[in-house]
Design a protein around this ligand. Structure first.
Ligand SMILES: C[S@@+](CC[C@H](N)C(=O)[O-])C[C@H]1O[C@@H](n2cnc3c(N)ncnc32)[C@H](O)[C@@H]1O
Length: 378
């Protein structure tokens, strides 16, 4: 992360055990004389409480008064009040807009509702000015991943690795990156990184994030920086695999894909992005572990961010409404009809990009009665 002119406010969203947090703190302290604390802050967060202990242990050697350790899930990292920022803060409008968007998605902290209630109670009364929120100059989203890049030091990963791990992590990674984008100042930068080469966890997340934010984010070209550090450009296209087969596009996978989501797939819109600016550091390039890194800059406020869970996780039609042998014909037919309606409903919802009511996407017949299961909540 390059230096910012003002005291930087830095967020490390998935920080434990803290090796990168330590480096961030070192950078913050660079230039401040002995005994003098710099003005910036590093907020180091991890979702795992026990790993937060590791984080504390790792970073206490710095004895820095500029460190705050938090224990939240990155996708729901709260918007903290910024006592230092006045109402005229350049990012205040953006923060307010994004906050409203967040509240719409259920990730707000409830203050918006309180404000709205105050406005309602007072008839035409003006909306109470919202306190400024702490936005960050620099964010590191070093997200949990399937970890094949660490195979040199953990060879057992070779045996354990499978596409299911990455497919399962993709949505969480995307949500962490989205929350990072919300919490970033306009002009601020976020690094999204993993230690996997699985494009579903790498380029697919970056591409969907950029498309979702509709031009408010851009991939920074850092090709000229650290030229000795060998790297490969990011991928523009990739295939997606579930337990059974490979898919080229969401169109192929929408009906039969097992636990897949459109956010995982390449598209012409995503291919038009400069994804080659993402960097893939292969282990033999620099005799290191393997890393994927993308540097993302926020160039405009983000008005609203549709929830990526609008995508639907359909099960194969053959898997839906699995019917036990000898099941009562009426119950089996009922379950099959529910499943077919669910699939159709989900497809319509997917095409329209809108929320849908809970639907049945699986189930079985037991004791002669239809027992729907696997409810899709949106
Ligand atoms: C790749 S490690 C981070 C390594 C760290 N940046 C470092 O350099 O030492 C990913 C971390 O994310 C944490 N994590 C897992 N799920 C998370 C979530 N939903 N939000 C935030 N952190 C999460 C894990 O506990 C783990 O410590």
């Amino acid at each position: 992360m390059s230096k910012t002119p003002a005291p930087p406010q830095v967020l490390d969203m998935c920080a434990a055990p803290g090796s990168k947090t330590f480096q961030l703190l070192e950078m913050l302290h660079q230039g401040s004389s002995h005994g003098q604390a710099p003005q910036g802050i590093v907020v180091a967060n991890d979702a795992d409480g026990q790993r937060c202990n590791l984080l504390t242990h790792q970073t206490k050697r710095m004895c820095s008064p500029c460190l705050m350790i938090t224990n939240h899930s990155g996708e729901m990292f709260p918007r903290m009040l910024d006592p230092a920022a006045g109402p005229a803060d350049a990012n205040a409008d953006a923060a307010a807009g994004e906050e409203a968007a967040g509240e719409e998605e259920g990730v707000g902290d409830g203050e918006g509702e309180e404000g709205a209630a105050a406005a309602g109670a007072g008839g035409g009364r003006r909306r109470r000015a919202k306190p400024a929120r702490l936005l960050f100059d620099r964010i590191l989203a070093d997200v949990p991943c399937s970890g094949d890049g660490t195979m040199r030091k953990s060879p057992d990963i070779w045996n354990r690795w499978g596409v299911a791990a990455g497919n399962g992590l993709h949505m969480m990674q995307l949500k962490i990156a989205l929350q990072g984008a919300r919490l970033l100042k306009v002009g601020g930068r976020m690094v999204y990184s993993t230690c996997t080469f699985n494009p579903i966890e790498d380029e697919a997340v970056v591409a969907d994030l950029l498309v979702r934010c509709g031009g408010a984010l851009r991939l920074v070209d850092v090709d000229a920086q650290l030229p000795q550090l060998k790297r490969m450009p990011g991928l523009k296209t990739w295939k997606v695999r579930d337990r059974f087969q490979w898919y080229e596009s969401w169109d192929d996978a929408a009906v039969v894909g097992n636990k897949l989501s459109p956010t995982m797939f390449p598209s012409p819109e995503k291919a038009a992005l400069p994804l080659e600016r993402c960097m893939r550091f292969l282990p033999h390039h620099n005799d290191t572990g393997g890393f994927f890194v993308a540097v993302i800059e926020k160039v405009a406020p983000i008005d609203a961010l549709p929830d990526p869970d609008h995508s639907f996780r359909l099960r194969p039609m053959s898997g839906i409404a699995k019917v036990e042998e000898g099941a009562e014909a009426g119950a089996a037919a009922e379950l099959r009809a529910a499943a077919a309606a669910a699939a159709e409903y989900a497809l319509r919802g997917s095409a329209g990009g809108r929320r849908v009511a809970p639907i049945v996407i699986g189930g079985r017949v037991k004791h002669g009665r239809a027992q729907p299961s696997h409810f899709q909540n949106r």
